[in-house]
Design a protein around this ligand. Structure first.
Ligand code: ZN
Length: 135
């Protein structure tokens, strides 16, 4: 994995990342596997996952992040957005069977209203940097 993605996401951001990872893996499992004995995420999906992690890290809402579907910012590049929609469309309905707790949490999160951005909100990235500086 790229060294740039070797960082920690806090709280809800990490939960969201786990959920998206599960969706990527479901998609990859049924579309990109060559050796069917052992699941290994393909290079494209691995790169997409790293991209998602970086977007979550930079999200200015931080842990108050709304669901991407509702978010007014639209921070994904066009190609990555298409990628994301393809994966969500395929894996979304399957999540309720494979990972019911994650799926329900995701559905609740989707319905939550969009918070107004304010100065108390801090991106994961800024939080990581400030923790480093305080050491
Ligand atoms: Zn894949």
């Amino acid at each position: 994995m790229d060294k740039d993605t070797d960082f920690h996401l806090f709280g809800k951001l990490n939960t969201e990342f786990d959920t998206i990872t599960a969706m990527i893996d479901l998609y990859c499992l049924n579309h990109h596997q060559i050796n069917t004995n052992k699941f290994q995420r393909c290079t494209n999906c691995e790169q997409f996952r790293a991209y998602v992690k970086q977007r979550l890290d930079r999200c200015p809402y931080g842990e108050n992040k709304p669901s991407c579907k509702q978010c007014p910012i639209h921070c994904y590049k066009p190609q990555q957005k298409v990628n994301s929609q393809t994966i969500m469309r395929y894996s979304g309905p399957k999540m309720i069977v494979k990972h019911p707790i994650m799926a329900i949490r995701h559905l609740i999160h989707d319905k939550r209203s969009i918070p107004v951005i304010n100065r108390d909100m801090i991106s994961n990235y800024k939080r990581r940097k400030s923790l480093l500086n305080n050491k």
